[in-house]
Design a protein around this ligand. Structure first.
Ligand code: AMP
Ligand code: MG
Length: 344
């Protein structure tokens, strides 16, 4: 299959490219498109055969549910049994935006594979002109996970999608680099107290201002049996080929670590803020300005993916404060590293 890249920016009339994408989607095909978080791989969420193609293209385990993207808030009624007050407040405050709300799904409306064996569905309205225009032209919901091969870091550029899915999907809408760079916050509002199943661009602090106390289990608590879980949490995520080790943001510790590993014949890739550029690693990929969390989240997956184009045998990634979007960054880094820290 040939994979075509269609440019969709604000500067030229792209209506024909949208028409082509909508035609493919209505024909039961999958299309990759940019959102404000990462690139998504979309299929019409009511078309079971189309949704199955997402799982096949990604190599995604079939018990991992998909987030359904909608173009207007009003559509929620079509897919959800009763919308909790808390959810309404969240929609008013954060939609369109990087917040997925898990609610009770209406039976027999969405394709079965979207919510495999579950009574809930994750819904969100993305805040990206291309995603919104696509949804509003299509006038149908799109089931869309991140547009990467399962297990790999999510794509923040059309070229990342192309690397992973070239020859496997028919079309990628290229809207440039995504803004936030990590996936949406997933908030379960079906429980007595809302629970963050996955941290993202809408932070715990932001949510609590609108809806009061929210639970956010940490990496260790997530392993405990009684903690509510996102069904996808058991799978490997965001992992480059070489093993990743977390290391604190300290120049001296980093320098020492690189030296020690090189003496053990390792080729070392360092992922860290700009002020680490002078460290004598074999490869260095920048997280952006020191202490600028938005730059770190925007650059994170590009940096992780860049390691796969090197012969690095080990990756050292600096950590950050678990505050604001730092919580989402640390969540992805811990998964990429399988919880491993560099021991010195
Ligand atoms: P991805 O599509 O790769 O961005 O991952 C979507 C995330 O949302 C996964 O961790 C899913 O497990 C989670 N998710 C999607 N739908 C639901 C749902 N109905 N209930 C709980 N978590 C969900
Ligand atoms: Mg994903």
């Amino acid at each position: 299959m040939e994979t075509v890249l269609l440019t969709v920016d604000d500067f030229v009339d792209n209506s024909e490219n949208y028409t082509q994408a909508v035609h493919l989607l209505n024909d039961g095909q999958v299309v990759a498109f940019p959102t404000e978080t990462v690139y998504g791989l979309g299929a019409v969420a009511t078309d079971e055969q189309a949704v199955k193609k997402i799982f096949a293209a990604k190599g995604r385990p079939s018990d991992n549910p998909l987030i359904v993207h909608i173009g207007t808030i009003e559509e929620v009624n079509r897919y959800v049994v009763d919308i909790p007050e808390i959810a309404k407040k969240c929609m008013a405050a954060f939609w369109p935006g990087p917040l997925t709300l898990v609610m009770h799904v209406k039976p027999n409306v969405l394709a079965e594979s979207v919510t495999p064996g579950m009574q809930t569905v994750g819904l969100r309205m993305p805040d990206h002109p291309v995603a919104l225009k696509l949804l509003q032209t299509l006038k149908k919901p799109l089931a869309a996970p991140s547009a990467n091969r399962s297990g790999k870091p999510s794509p923040t550029k059309a070229s990342h999608v192309f690397e992973d899915l070239q020859g496997i999907i028919p079309c990628i809408l290229d809207g440039g680099m995504t803004g936030i760079g990590v996936e949406s916050t997933v908030l379960d509002v079906t429980l007595a107290q809302p629970v963050i199943l996955r941290p993202g661009g809408v932070t715990k602090e932001m949510l609590e201002e609108v809806i009061g106390p929210v639970l956010e289990p940490n990496f260790e608590q997530q392993k405990i049996e009684a903690t509510p879980k996102a069904p996808g949490m058991k799978y490997t995520h965001y992992a480059p080929n070489a093993p990743v080790y977390l290391i604190e943001q300290d120049l001296q510790i980093m320098q020492q670590a690189v030296q020690t590993l090189q003496q053990q014949q390792h080729k070392v890739a360092v992922l860290a803020p700009e002020n680490f550029a002078a460290v004598n690693a074999d490869y260095y990929f920048s997280f952006g300005h020191e202490y600028e969390l938005e730059q770190m989240s925007a650059n994170l997956y590009d940096a992780l993916r860049a390691c796969d184009k090197t012969d690095a045998t080990i990756i050292l990634a600096t950590t950050t404060e678990r505050k604001g979007v730092g919580t989402a960054i640390m969540n992805r880094l811990e998964k990429a590293a399988g919880g491993n820290w560099y021991q010195y």
